[in-house]
Design a protein around this ligand. Structure first.
Ligand code: ZN
Ligand code: ZN
Ligand code: ZN
Length: 478
């Protein structure tokens, strides 16, 4: 049989004279990079040469699609040859979650199964499951077969500790398989031990008291009243870290937390990349408990949140988007989602109103994939306000509820419109996407900010400083 060259790269491909003539590599590239079809304007994988040199989708060419999944017929979420990620995931999870006693998916785990197979990013879910070192398949299988009881107790006492386990636990609570549990508090307690172990005894004692008797007690009260939020947990973490930093600083200046003077405290604040606001709760506590009654902290926004190395530019961008009213509201919200969570701009602009959920007490949850993420203060207000925004639309089309309505009725904004504005303010989406400032690991199926350490301690401190900041100070300093 004659070998025809690949229409894209010219390498000989095996068999077939019919178009599209694509080698496996070019076929895969086209499948993973859908584009707007010049014929029908749908965004689909294009491969069929048209009469005028353009390349179109299967329908416009009147041909069966070589990209269609052989099980469901869909072209989206490609995974392996002629099999979409959703199908692959369904098969894989069925294998893991089937209870051998019944031959069907373990009834208790059914909600988890439903959640995972309906996620918006099935490839990310697959990555999370099969990446090297993933503990999820093993743990889930042991639950499904009944080898491990599905309970918080199992996580507390019979499995190793760590984020990977917490993540599974969070998935189970968020789907109602397990009742809610203060995982965030348990984590702080576990994290506190080693942190304090590094301190000399006189400081360990103070920080322990501050953490246990002040911060954690307050968090537990919130947990009882079901008002515990990720923000409160992250703030507590930030407060504890600040306390250890101050302790370290005093040690290196031949002082202690109990004899630290007011002028030394002020020196510390000018030395350190923290806004006084972040330090205020600990200083107030030192004073109120008579641990160091000499200290006072008037909150003045005089310290720029200091910025380190490569994150410098991105945190500056966050600062601007949070506070600068000269930037369009929609660009601020989209830009913050992008910078903080590393979500792709095109996905952000496709969001709909039901992905932003407002709860009593100002909590705002956003769902990009499957699991709602609680937004930190500052961003939560901006995101909630975005729901009332008309974006670029002159009127709202019936039946659409885009969070970022585009200029034409019924459409959402185009990536370019927002990208242009962000770039004009010095914020570069491409660079920004390299890493999220809030460490939402891309290898997990859904960004979970709540409870587990979605915000790294350093990011939490910095965010707290920026969110509380008075923007007039920024203007004055420019
Ligand atoms: Zn090729
Ligand atoms: Zn087409
Ligand atoms: Zn399929």
């Amino acid at each position: 049989m004659k070998n025809y060259p690949c229409q894209d790269c010219g390498r000989p491909r095996l068999a077939g004279r019919k178009f599209p003539r694509l080698c496996l590599r070019c076929r895969q590239r086209r499948h993973y990079h859908p584009a707007e079809c010049p014929g029908c304007h749908d965004v689909r994988p294009l491969a069929w040469p048209g009469p005028d040199g353009q390349v179109t989708c299967a329908d416009c060419a009147g041909a069966p699609s070589i990209f269609a999944c052989k099980h469901c017929g869909r072209e989206d979420h490609p995974y392996s040859y002629r099999q979409c990620a959703r199908y692959w995931l369904t098969e894989y999870l069925t294998g893991i979650l089937t209870d051998p006693a019944t031959g069907t998916i373990n009834a208790d785990l059914r909600p988890l199964y439903d959640l995972l197979i309906t996620g918006r990013q099935p490839r990310a879910t697959i990555r999370w499951l099969i990446k090297p070192g993933s503990i999820a398949p093993d743990v889930l299988q042991r639950f499904a077969t009944g080898e491990l009881p599905i309970s918080h107790d199992t996580f507390r006492h019979h499995l190793p500790q760590g984020r990977r386990y917490d993540y599974i636990r969070t998935l189970l609570t968020s789907t109602g398989v397990l009742p809610p549990a203060p995982i965030g508090i348990e984590r702080i307690v576990a994290w506190l031990g080693p942190l304090i172990a590094d301190q000399p005894p006189h400081h360990a004692d103070i920080i322990n008291r501050y953490a246990h008797w002040h911060l954690l007690r307050r968090l537990r009260r919130h947990a009882e009243r079901v008002t515990l939020t990720a923000t409160l947990i992250n703030n507590a973490r930030a407060n504890i870290l600040l306390a250890t930093r101050l302790a370290d600083w005093t040690t290196s200046h031949d002082a202690t937390l109990t004899d630290l003077s007011q002028s030394q405290l002020e020196l510390f604040l000018t030395d350190q990349p923290v806004a006084p606001r972040t330090a205020a709760p600990f200083v107030r506590w030192l004073n109120a408990t008579d641990t160091n009654p000499g200290l006072q902290l008037a909150i003045r926004d005089r310290t720029e949140p200091a910025i380190s190395m490569s994150d410098d530019h991105r945190w500056n961008s966050v600062d601007r988007l949070l506070h600068d009213h000269n930037i369009n509201h929609y660009s601020r919200v989209a830009g913050l989602f992008m910078l903080l969570f590393s979500w792709p701009l095109n996905e952000i602009l496709r969001m709909t109103h039901d992905q932003i959920d407002e709860h009593p007490g100002g909590r705002v949850l956003v769902t990009l994939d499957t699991i709602p993420v609680e937004l930190p203060p500052g961003l939560s207000q901006l995101a909630a306000e975005q729901k009332t925004s008309h974006g670029l639309a002159t009127y709202t089309a019936d039946g659409t509820n885009w969070l970022f309505p585009g200029r034409n009725p019924g459409t959402h904004m185009a990536t370019e419109q927002v990208r242009h504005e962000l770039v004009s303010h010095g914020i570069h989406p491409r660079q920004s996407r390299s890493a999220a400032l809030f460490a939402l690991a891309s290898q997990i199926p859904a960004p979970v900010l709540a409870d587990i350490t979605g915000i790294t301690p350093n990011a939490a401190i910095r965010w707290a400083a920026l969110a509380a900041r008075d923007w007039s100070g920024y203007i004055a300093n420019r």
